[in-house]
Design a protein around this ligand. Sequence first.
Ligand SMILES: Nc1ncnc2c1ncn2[C@@H]1O[C@H](COP(=O)(O)OP(=O)(O)OP(=O)(O)O)[C@@H](O)[C@H]1O
Ligand SMILES: [Mg+2]
Length: 268
Amino acid sequence: MGGSALLVRDLSAGYGPVRALRHVSLEVPEGTVVTVLGGNGAGKSTLLRAVCRTLSFHGGAVTGGTVTLGGRPLDRLPPDRVVAAGVSQVPEGRRVFSRMTVADNLRAGALGGAGGRVGRARALRRVHELFPVLADRAGQRAGLLSGGEQQMLAVGRALMGAPEVLLLDEPSLGLAPLMAARIADTVREINEQGTSVLLVEQNAALALRLASRAYVLEVGEVTLSGPADELAASDEVRRRYLGVVDEDAASDGAATPDGLPSLSRWKG
Ligand SMILES: Nc1ncnc2c1ncn2[C@@H]1O[C@H](COP(=O)(O)OP(=O)(O)OP(=O)(O)O)[C@@H](O)[C@H]1O
Ligand SMILES: [Mg+2]
């Protein structure tokens, strides 16, 4: 404990002439949840793609900087080797293979992973414990699952790689508050089981409650970072990302009456 699981140093990336990340540095200490906040187009998804080496699938490229996991550089690895090294991503928009069964989706997630047959069986047990519905629906086509269930499958598929670090790109997007809260509980549970998490969220209130540390990304640059509770209390973050306009609204914004996280959306 106390080491740095994932270290991003001076990372720059872009899509052709579009510079999407400029000299971004951040750290996910071992065993923690770290969140990256930022408006639409800030570069959050680009950051996760750069870390897991899938940027080229989107027509982008890393132009500078380094990413290391436990001191080991990931910079030259193909995406499947990044998974084998211990980093799995749940991409934006919960892309499950909709015509494949739930079971086959999970099997696909284990492809890059290390650990062999025993490791895969252990990972599948863990996924079924976290999301019993995925065991119940194992033989069903993934496209028939509800949005929330597809998000569970997307998270489950990433966990099949038995990652040390899980990258989550807006897992609550488009989900009803209750389902978003369930996903948040699961992220906490996954973390308590020892997996570090780098969480990108539009839902800043939810993200800041889960994370110990937060970074704010604006037009490709880190403009603010610190302990999540300090950022949650900062005027700028409250105004820009929590949609808080005054003290009264602040207390309303912290939680809904039934204790569920509020769903403040980005204002811009
Ligand atoms: N495939 C792509 N081709 C060209 N430009 C892209 C591509 N994907 C993203 N961009 C550009 O890169 C910048 C960062 O986009 P990115 O998707 O990383 O932002 P984001 O923070 O994830 O936004 P959102 O909250 O809307 O998902 C934006 O200017 C965006 O237009
Ligand atoms: Mg995005």
